[in-house]
Design a protein around this ligand. Sequence first.
Ligand SMILES: NC(=O)c1ccc[n+]([C@@H]2O[C@H](COP(=O)([O-])OP(=O)(O)OC[C@H]3O[C@@H](n4cnc5c(N)ncnc54)[C@H](OP(=O)(O)O)[C@@H]3O)[C@@H](O)[C@H]2O)c1
Length: 324
Amino acid sequence: MRRKRAQYFRQYQWSNIFAMIRNNRRDAAICADQAKGMLVVITGATSGIGYTTARKFASQGANLLCINRNQEKSEKLRNEIESEFGVKCDYLIADLSRMADILHVSQELAELSSPIDLIIHNAGVYLTRRELTDDGFEKVFSVHYLSSFIMNYLLLDKLKAQESARVIMVGSEGHRFAVWGLRLDDLNWERRRFSGLKSYGSAKTAQLLSMLIFADKLEGSGVTINTMHPGAVKTETGQENGPLYRWFKRNFFDKTLKSADISAEALYYLGVSKEVDGVTGKFFNLTTLEEPAPPAVDREVAAELWEVTLKMTGLKERKIQAEP
Ligand SMILES: NC(=O)c1ccc[n+]([C@@H]2O[C@H](COP(=O)([O-])OP(=O)(O)OC[C@H]3O[C@@H](n4cnc5c(N)ncnc54)[C@H](OP(=O)(O)O)[C@@H]3O)[C@@H](O)[C@H]2O)c1
């Protein structure tokens, strides 16, 4: 741990922080191309960024397959999108903090007869208190990282068999809160004091690290994988937290935040624009390329995390997916 801290300390550069601050003020690039006939999978499409993104893609002719946890909201979304835009808006119900649900939807997606043109891993939570899932994992880590990892892993064969596809993980500048990187010996926050910001930062750092390995495995296949920060935007995030947090969010944070339309425009650009054809393994602040924090580009930790994740999720034993 001490070795890693020293390494990251040497690697941190003020210029990257200033670049992030500059990029935070930049607008998303706009893509004017249509998405007619594309099949877009989006997790967490029932509110916030996922919802506005689903509408954006549907408005440009894409068919949607949403992975949501709430049946009622999903039905409402389907009716709204299908009647307004005349595209298909199917959904699968899955609580992405539950291993059984994640495995089930991954299997369903892997068995789809039609190609998936784009997967947007968007679902997420922000928790101020540590919660464990039924499977015994810290919940923020599970929803943000484990769910996207498992889906990507179990879809590797299907995606590679297609001519092309894009995978986008909705990450966050918040990955920078994990200043000294991941604690691979304590991914469940049992040995240290839990912090909302740090657990969120760790989950988003893990996502960025997994992207490096997935990009390697997908090299030359026509499938790209990237991570993006969707801007600081007003959404329903944090509603699971206590009344004080929610009051603060409503009365202070929300007033400083932008509309989630900018996130939808950025995701549309990254998902459709020819300008990002072949670009893979990168982090974007909206649509601007950016260098993540040093712990999120540490290939040594990325390789270790890959192995740890396969073990903790039981994916190694499942052998549904032969490792390339
Ligand atoms: N808002 C920002 O400024 C910001 C900044 C950086 C990154 N992000 C990232 O953007 C993504 C979307 O967040 P948001 O701000 O749009 O928040 P949001 O409004 O709370 O939306 C989160 C979505 O994820 C779904 N979800 C949450 N837990 C789930 C679970 N266990 N299983 C399945 N679905 C689940 C929610 O479903 P329900 O509708 O059923 O609750 C909702 O559809 C997250 O990954 C977040 O980290 C947001």
